[in-house]
Design a protein around this ligand. Structure first.
Ligand code: AMP
Length: 368
């Protein structure tokens, strides 16, 4: 086991396994390009070791250059990718082979394809040393694959965790045994978002609020936002299939998290089951569901106050608020039994000072 920053990683692939994957790609490309001189384009920073070792295995004449992209992860990591080092101009009419260290969701790949579609190359192919087939969106064909790997966060051999680990000769995967995943449970206005803000700092967790993700998407006019808007405006739940998919995407985008706080999810039994199955497929689990309990009339007053400040339309209309409570009582309240049956349900008094309530929650978490 090794430690990088705050996290522990365990061995996943040794040098021989990596070398075999690199060699396999080199041979496949060599067979296809023996009659011309291709230009290899490495994608910095992660691919530098792969590029170096691949070229050493490549038996025919070839050229090499690099591009660099940068991805920014905002609230929902919409995957806005920016070019930092563009392709050189003398690639016109040539065959390009893009060398990626890893392809997971495919967002970076999409940007690369756009980048090369603008050029006048003869053709471009994509080679990736590692490939997470379970989460790849499948938009483009990946022409050469070294190894298919499970959806785990990995470092080493060029890949980093916050810039550390690139120099490792082997590949390591995140050890998740110390991970804590919490579900914050409670009616609208119970203080889930406020408390999550404190808990995520205290326990170094990633906070995922499905309501926030929906609002972000509505604000940015995305397809998801358009889909969700009418439900949210009426205080109804957004359909499970949409919400479950979105939640899974948010978890996938944060594979290096030390744990998650799910806020506003699950809200139905189908969502809770989907969450259990999904987490299990990643060797993860919900460790505890903590309910913030408060009286309806207090909550309605809180929401109306919040609505004045935030401008959230679903917080400004008492009828919509009551509808959200009805949705909660009908669809979300049964989850108490679901988690009680798993021995994971905890309840905390949600009335009092903010710090006082954080302390109550902390007590439950520290005993896990
Ligand atoms: P919130 O900010 O958690 O109060 O969520 C605001 C609105 O987003 C809800 O009233 C629903 O319309 C929608 N929403 C948020 N989370 C979910 C979920 N897990 N399932 C369905 N709809 C949701």
């Amino acid at each position: 086991m090794i430690k990088l920053h705050d996290k522990y990683f365990e061995p996943f692939l040794n040098e021989a396994e990596i070398k075999a994957a690199v060699k396999k790609i080199a041979q496949e490309i060599a067979a296809d390009y023996k009659n011309e001189v291709p230009i290899f384009v490495g994608v910095l920073n992660g691919a530098f070791m792969f590029v170096s070792d691949l070229l050493k295995e490549y038996p025919h004449p070839c050229e090499v250059t690099f591009v660099k992209l940068s991805s920014y992860h905002g609230l929902t990591s919409t995957g806005i990718v920016e070019t930092l080092l563009d392709v050189s101009e003398d690639i016109e009419g040539r065959s390009i082979i893009i060398l990626e260290d890893i392809i997971d969701t495919g967002r970076t790949l999409q940007k690369l394809v756009h980048l090369f579609s603008k050029t006048h190359v003869k053709e471009f192919k994509i080679a990736s040393l590692f490939y997470k087939s379970e989460i790849y969106n499948g938009e483009y064909t990946i022409d050469y694959v070294g190894l298919e790997i499970p959806t785990k966060f990995i470092v080493g051999y060029g890949l980093d965790y916050n810039e550390l680990g690139r120099n490792l000769k082997e590949v390591y995967q995140l050890n998740q045994t110390n991970m804590i995943n919490l579900v914050l449970f409670g009616k609208p206005g119970a203080g889930k978002g406020t408390q999550a803000g404190f808990l995520k700092e205290k326990y170094n967790l990633k906070h995922i609020s499905t309501g926030d993700v929906f609002r972000y998407n509505i604000k940015n006019g995305t397809e998801l936002g358009k889909l969700a808007k009418s439900y949210i405006d009426d205080g109804d739940l957004v359909p499970d299939e949409v919400t479950i998919k979105m939640l899974q995407d948010e978890v996938e985008k944060n594979q290096d998290a030390a744990g998650f706080i799910f806020d506003g999810f699950p809200r139905t039994t189908a969502q809770a089951q989907a969450l259990d199955n999904f987490l299990e497929s990643k060797d993860m689990q919900v460790n505890a569901t903590i309910a913030l309990e408060a009286d309806d009339e207090i909550l309605i007053q809180r929401l109306l106050e919040r609505g004045k400040e935030s401008g959230r339309s679903d917080d400004q209309d008492e009828n919509k608020i009551r509808n959200r409570f009805d949705e909660y009582n009908e669809k979300t309240a049964p989850l108490k039994d679901y988690y009680q049956n798993q021995g994971k349900f905890h309840s905390v008094n949600g009335i009092g000072g903010i710090a006082e309530i954080t302390e109550r929650l902390g007590k439950v978490i520290d005993e896990l």
